[in-house]
Design a binder for this molecule. Structure first.
Ligand SMILES: *Cc1c(COP(=O)(O)O)cnc(C)c1O
Length: 501
């Protein structure tokens, strides 16, 4: 198997090379030369296995240049060194709330309490192994611009990984109190979190400029440093996400909730289209999936695309109570377009049009294929809170805001279509990451409470254990204190790398 760009076949890479490089040279995303068609026997082979063993099986189908032992070591270092919640079955646990119509796949038992841990604990291991395999001797600097969740999950994943350093830029005053504390208390000898005087767009444009600044990159190269990226366009971040769809299915078979071969739907709270695209890969590989429900918030560019075939980012941007889905450019959609059409020239045409005009429309045949696999809807903040309220009242189960959007999309889909196929709601964050919205939704007052008093109150109301990583923020030392102007990001990079020698 090899990897090449969604926009052309000029380069053919091994998976290790694709993971190190992140983005293809022509601006496209790396896609596998084929999706292995494995059918039910592969799903059956997951039964009775640990999450780690299931992960090894899935990864071995795509990362064909990694040895079995390499994958085993990567997976164990990612999930099995005490940084996930204790019980092995909690890597990606399927919960069955009482009296509830949907099982919930909880993906937030990792160190930062967001589903991004599922991939960002493994990507650094795959990257560090890729360095060994390719013989690259440079030091890799991971640069991240974050509006909150990705930054912390990346810092935690890359901390103390040999030969790699990580520098995260976030907008000063532009992340939640919890997210700030999560990043500012980060430990590790190879990490830095720096606040930018500016907003998220300034941070992101600054990082993009650094990536494309030839002279600056040559200067870094002369010092034996190469830049790379940890965001969800990297194949090494996508492939770990395929695992939990198989794992959830196997768990439901083991619990007797479905029979091997029964179809299921997944409802996925979606931003950059990474999580739901991983589910699509699982479906292509043979997981019995009927529909993938793409759940969006008021930034409903994907709802429109998946129903009309027109992608149009020229629209107002809304700040919602589901900030991780406040996105108008869903990068991973490009991979879906390639797999739906198999036509790289056409994909390149659409992406050029998107860059030029902010919109493109796919042909009716492609739209029909997309609609065959995907359903889509969106939920506004009020309805999201009402969903949290209703599910809690009925089942005493607390959803975070993002997961509530997926829950509501599952309800809307069932009502609209009458499809009674078992629908699994994908839950992407602990409710403790969004204390104020969740307390407000369940009708508990938040007036005068600081973040930690709200944690305690949510614990009182729900009985749910507070994740270690979030409760320990109360007493942790602030270590990351750098603040720079957005025009000084290059200098911040240089200063940080001087200290890394
Ligand atoms: C990142 C994130 C999402 C969106 O996932 P994509 O892969 O970008 O679609 C949803 N929920 C939470 C809590 C997230 O952190």
């Amino acid at each position: 198997m090899y990897y090449s760009s969604t926009r052309g076949d000029a380069e053919k890479k091994t998976s290790a090379e694709a993971i190190l490089e992140g983005l293809a040279a022509d601006g496209g995303l790396f896609v596998p030369s084929e999706i292995p068609q494995l059918g039910l026997p592969f799903v059956e082979s997951m039964l009775g296995l640990s999450y780690e063993e299931r992960a090894e099986k899935v990864l071995s189908k795509f990362l064909t240049d990694y040895t079995e032992q390499e994958l085993k070591d990567c997976v164990n270092r990612a999930y099995n060194r005490g940084n996930f919640d204790a019980a092995a079955e909690k890597r990606a646990e399927v919960k069955l709330p009482e009296d509830a119509p949907f099982p919930v796949l909880e993906l937030w038992h990792g160190p930062t309490s967001a589903f991004k841990d599922m991939a960002l604990q493994l990507l650094p291991q795959l990257m560090s192994t890729a360095l060994r395999k390719t013989g690259v001797k440079d030091r890799v600097l991971i640069l991240v611009a974050t509006s909150g969740d990705t930054g912390k999950a990346a810092l935690e994943g890359f901390r103390d990984v040999p030969q790699i350093s990580i520098l995260v830029f976030y907008p000063e005053g532009g992340v939640s109190r919890i997210q700030y504390l999560q990043m500012a208390t980060q430990e590790g000898g190879n990490v830095n979190a720096t606040a930018i005087r500016g907003n998220f767009d300034d941070a992101q444009s600054g990082v993009k400029e650094i990536f494309s600044d030839k002279a600056f990159n040559e200067k870094l190269a002369a010092d034996g440093i190469r830049l790379s990226s940890a965001n969800s366009i990297n194949w090494g971040r996508l492939v770990p996400q395929i695992v939990y769809y198989f794992s959830a299915y196997a768990d439901l078979v083991e619990k007797g909730r479905i029979k091997m071969g029964d179809a299921v739907n997944f409802s996925v709270p979606t931003g950059n289209f990474g999580d739901i695209l991983a589910a699509y890969y699982a479906k292509c590989m043979g997981l019995p999936v009927h529909k993938l429900i793409c759940a969006s918030n008021a930034n409903n560019v994907l709802t429109e695309f998946l129903t009309t075939g027109t992608y149009d980012r020229n629209r107002p941007f809304y700040k919602t109570i589901t900030p991780s889905m406040d996105i108008l450019i869903s990068s991973n959609l490009e991979r879906l377009l390639y797999h739906m059409t198999g036509d790289k020239a056409r994909v390149k045409g659409w992406m050029d049009e998107l860059a030029r005009t902010g919109r493109y429309s796919v042909d009716p045949e492609t739209l029909a294929k997309i609609r065959d696999a995907f359903a889509a809807s969106w939920t506004g903040d009020d309805q999201t809170k009402a969903t949290i309220h209703d599910v809690f009242a009925r089942s005493h189960y607390v959803l975070d805001t993002h997961s509530a959007v997926a829950w509501h999309a599952a309800e809307a889909y069932r009502e609209e279509t009458g499809d009674e196929t078992m629908t699994i709601v994908v839950s992407t964050a602990s409710p403790y990451k969004f204390n104020a919205s969740v307390l407000d939704a369940v009708g508990a007052g938040t007036e005068g409470l600081d973040e930690f008093a709200m944690q305690d109150k949510l614990h009182e109301v729900s009985g749910l254990a507070i994740p270690r990583g979030l409760s320990s923020l109360r007493t942790k030392e602030i270590r990351q204190k750098d603040v720079v102007d957005s025009a000084e990001m290059r200098e911040a990079v240089t200063a940080f790398m001087k200290k890394q020698d």
